[in-house]
Design a protein. Structure first.
Ligand SMILES: Nc1ncnc2c1ncn2[C@@H]1O[C@H](COP(=O)(O)OP(=O)(O)OP(=O)(O)O)[C@@H](O)[C@H]1O
Length: 873
């Protein structure tokens, strides 16, 4: 049972009761203190000492603290770890306060709203996602508070959940906000939990009516040409949440657009992952990704935009061509490109700086960065003025000179201002007369004091008189005891020391008041001037943001032009004719990282007339996966407008790219490799269209040979009969090559090899035809398996091949068009005679062609159970 708390602790507990989810940083003098559980957690996470404080309880209250001037980095550490921090300040001067100092929370910092420079990765956006459900439809709103961008997306009931997952994968939120008291359906929660392990959930208040929030959104964003009420409501709730948390103006959040799935190439999470577009598979970093090869941007704004382009390429030919012409021009105009890039190199992240201007956390160094960025704009615009492509001229129109703002910052901010405003010396000399006077008063004070001392010496003959300052008496004159008789009448004795006396004079007191109040006034005035400056910048925030966004476009186009030029890429021609023809295409990442070998280029032809489905068989390690990924990557590059590594290419944009490449156990959800693989295949078969590009690598590998073969064949048949998507399908089931006879648009391809005795050379060239061997033992030899094992494997392989040939002779090969028959024949082969078991009957009753792989899998499980019960192994 606790005793009565101290008044301070009562105040703390009262405030804490409103911020249960947050770590409460409670300002006490020069420190932010944390108490109780907050203190236990923070001391552990920040590695700071845990102490205790007596607050009325019998036991001391656990407590830890950080100095207020160093708090930012501690807060950033906590927020990066997924915690929310509430900052509780003293709202009145403790000296003037009667009783306990008034305190309250002035802002909350969360992973999705943090805005300080070091907290955010400069080259990536930081999105917050809001989920809003009305009737059967979801509205998702994504917002990057640091850049002011807002994207909304509607998912209606008829859409698939996958749509929501794709949007989440695209924006990878660090924080998700939901209506107070509500929860996401389990399936969505699981997806989020698996994909974004550090995401935090926060409630948004639904206290205000839907109409109220919608009206507030209209007032904030103005006319967006948006009719949908529920979207306005979702935007309104997002604003309310942000206001609640940030507790300062947020008018910089004003760049609203709808996620335009219709004219975007959708790359689902697994494709982004498997193709290593922005993150590599090894450690999730950027090395070895497509982004790594293409990113030569010079500004953080450009880096973020390139990432967005790659995660969401275009499908509209006109839009793609617009970018292509700009890149083409920037490749040809090498001089202008170099010139533009040298200017871009001087530009700081002013998209995020203006966000900090709005919320009040802008530092003096931010303003010098903004000033330096604006300084290069006139020259940059001049160079850009020479360019004639549509995209570049429009970028030039969007970039303003911001001459007035530049002049203002030039005149107002010191050449090298102090790091923080508290230190003073931020406003330039000459900007404000009053400030200059106050400054000269304080800097000249020492001179004044020396002069006064000289005058007194001359008047009194006290040649050894000294001046000094202490906190109790302020300024004083010090005279040794033996000379104290000589001090004039107007000296007032204040302190006696062992060997000296200290005096003040009315004139000295007057001087002191003037100096001390000048210092105070100077700090206050500098503060006010800084705030005025902020207001003046705020007035043109929208224009600066537009300039920043145009510069980001320019930076990305310059980056793609530079890479295109240096790597010898070509401009693909585009036509909406369903055909993909690439001559001598190369994998942009592998070709860059190959050390001794030269990358072997390959062609690809895909169309709906006679080559829709490429079935690729061939040895291990021959280059099948590389080839398939290369096709997908070249399509992505082409659809962001980039040039591509090839000799010649004409491309018809695709609407989606699906990939199923390898699989690993999903331990977090307890799913086996095979289960994960089947789920991914099910997702593809459900969502792919005839305009999609489908990459399937070794389907069925995760289960027994015959199960795998059956499923692989059924999947091939389903795509050829029902989907007609452009497909690349690599497999080790060589039996499947006979499907070419049944499906006219399915074509066999293989990788050329050159055999010389036991030596095999992979030529990395994709050629027409089917392979009949895997050369697995050859790869095993290269990998260094012991000779004895290799020899034994060769003997076993030879005997298996003999058996298989016998089976062929008996016309019992497993390649047959109906997968259900495979199972029957498999059973026959397995026992040597007709296998009479209820399992076989059940199998024969199945209509495999109309089943989804997941249904097939479930039935396989059931049948296996049945077989076991019936006496199987
Ligand atoms: N066109 C190429 N030119 C040069 N090297 C290549 C080429 N394609 C692939 N390689 C090299 O060959 C290696 C194996 O390629 P890849 O993984 O694509 O083979 P695979 O046929 O898919 O093998 P497996 O069937 O064992 O999965 C790659 O690591 C790459 O370095």
């Amino acid at each position: 049972m606790s005793k009565k708390q101290t008044p301070m602790m009562e105040q703390y507990l009262d405030i804490k009761s409103r911020y249960k989810d947050e770590l409460l940083f409670f300002r006490l003098g020069d420190f932010y203190e944390l108490f109780n559980d907050d203190a236990l957690l923070a001391s552990r996470e920040l590695n700071i000492t845990l102490t205790g404080r007596s607050t009325g309880d019998e036991e001391r209250t656990p407590m830890c603290g950080v100095p207020f001037h160093a708090a930012e980095s501690y807060i950033e550490t906590l927020v990066k770890k997924g915690y929310k921090v509430a900052i509780c300040e003293q709202l009145e001067d403790p000296k003037a306060a009667k009783g306990i100092v008034k305190r309250d929370v002035i802002k909350v910092i969360t992973p999705g709203t943090v805005m300080t420079e070091n907290a955010n990765d400069a080259r990536a956006n930081n999105f917050l996602a809001l989920f809003y459900m009305v009737k059967d439809s979801w509205v998702l709103v994504f917002s990057d508070v640091s850049t002011g961008e807002v994207i909304w997306h509607r998912i209606t009931e008829s859409d698939k959940k996958s749509d929501m997952y794709d949007a989440l994968s695209m924006y990878r939120p660090t924080e998700i906000i939901l209506p107070e008291g509500s929860e996401l359906p389990r399936e969505i929660r699981d997806f989020i939990g698996n994909q974004f392990s550090h995401v935090v959930f926060s409630p948004f208040s639904t206290y205000h009516t839907q109409r109220e929030v919608a009206e507030q959104a209209v007032a904030h964003f103005g006319d967006l040409g948006l009719m949908e009420e529920d979207v306005w409501e979702a935007l309104g709730y997002m604003l309310l949440y942000l206001q609640d948390v940030i507790k300062s103006p947020i008018s910089h959040i004003n760049y609203v657009h709808q996620l335009s799935v219709g004219n975007r190439l959708i790359l689902d999470t697994s494709s982004l992952h498997h193709l290593e577009i922005t993150h590599n598979l090894r450690d999730g970093g950027q090395k070895g990704t497509l982004l790594d090869v293409l990113d030569r941007t010079l500004t953080p704004m450009g880096a973020r935009l390139l990432k967005q382009w790659l995660e969401s390429p275009l499908t509209d030919i006109n839009q793609i061509q617009r970018r292509q012409s700009a890149i083409s021009e920037l490749i040809t105009r090498g001089g202008e490109r170099t010139d533009l890039r040298s200017k871009l190199d001087c530009i700081y992240d002013f998209e995020r700086i203006v966000g900090r201007v709005e919320t009040g956390s802008v530092s003096p160094r931010d303003l010098t960065a903004l000033r330096e960025s604006l300084a290069v704009l006139p020259d940059l615009k001049n160079t850009l003025g020479i360019c004639s492509s549509l995209a570049l001229t429009s970028i030039n129109e969007r970039i303003q000179n911001h001459r007035e703002l530049y002049d203002l910052l030039y005149n107002a901010i010191a050449e090298q201002p102090a790091l923080t405003l508290k230190e003073g010396r931020v406003i330039k000399d000459g900007y404000n007369e009053e400030l200059d006077e106050l400054r000269s008063l304080t800097t000249d004070s020492q001179k004044w004091l020396s002069k006064m001392e000289e005058d007194i010496k001359a008047a009194t003959g006290l040649s050894k008189i000294k001046t000094g300052y202490n906190k109790v008496f302020g300024y004083y004159f010090e005279v040794s005891h033996n000379k104290s008789e000589q001090v004039p009448d107007y000296f007032i004795r204040k302190q006696t020391l062992s060997n000296a006396e200290r005096y003040i004079t009315p004139e000295l007191k007057e001087f002191e008041i003037k100096i001390l109040s000048a210092k105070e006034k100077m700090i206050a005035l500098e503060h006010r001037l800084y705030q005025d400056l902020r207001e003046q910048i705020k007035a043109v925030i929208k224009d600066i943001q537009e300039t920043a966004r145009a510069l980001a476009d320019l930076d990305v186009l310059c980056s793609l032009a530079l890479v295109g030029y240096e790597e010898n890429y070509i401009c693909p021609t585009l036509a909406m004719n369903g055909q993909i023809n690439i001559r001598d295409g190369r994998h942009p990442v592998i070709e860059k990282f190959l050390k001794r070998e030269v990358f072997v280029p390959n062609d690809v032809v895909l169309n709906h007339d006679d080559e829709e489905f490429l079935l690729i068989t061939g040895p291990n390690m021959a280059g099948k996966s590389t080839y398939m990924r290369q096709v997908a990557i070249l399509m992505i590059m082409a659809q962001i407008g980039s040039f591509i590594p090839a000799r010649e290419a004409s491309i018809s944009p695709v609407d989606r790219i699906f990939t199923r490449v390898g699989a690993s156990d999903d331990i977090s959800t307890g799913q086996s490799t095979f289960m994960v693989e089947m789920k991914e295949v099910a997702y593809i078969l459900e969502n792919a269209t005839s305009n999609s590009l489908i990459i399937l690598d070794e389907i069925g590998r995760g289960t027994s040979t015959f199960d795998g073969l059956s499923i692989a064949q059924a999947v091939v048949e389903h795509i050829c009969k029902h989907i007609h998507g452009k497909t690349l399908f690599a497999t080790h089931y060589h039996e499947l090559i006979t499907l070419e006879e049944t499906y006219s648009k399915l074509k066999n391809y293989t990788v050329a090899v050159k055999e010389k005795g036991k030596d095999v050379a992979f030529l990395r060239r994709i050629i027409r035809g089917g392979a009949d061997r895997s050369y697995g033992i050859h790869v095993a030899r290269l990998a260094g398996l012991p000779n004895s094992v290799l020899k034994r494997a060769e003997v076993i392989l030879a005997s298996l091949e003999d058996q298989s040939n016998d089976a062929n002779d008996l016309n019992q090969r497993v390649i047959i068009p109906q997968a259900s028959n495979v199972v029957k024949q498999v059973s026959e082969q397995a026992t040597g005679n007709l296998f009479t078991h209820s399992v076989v009957d059940s199998l024969l009753d199945l209509d495999v062609m109309s089943m989804t792989p997941i249904e097939a899998l479930n039935i396989l499980y059931q049948l296996q159970e049945e077989a076991r019960k019936g006496g199987g192994k």
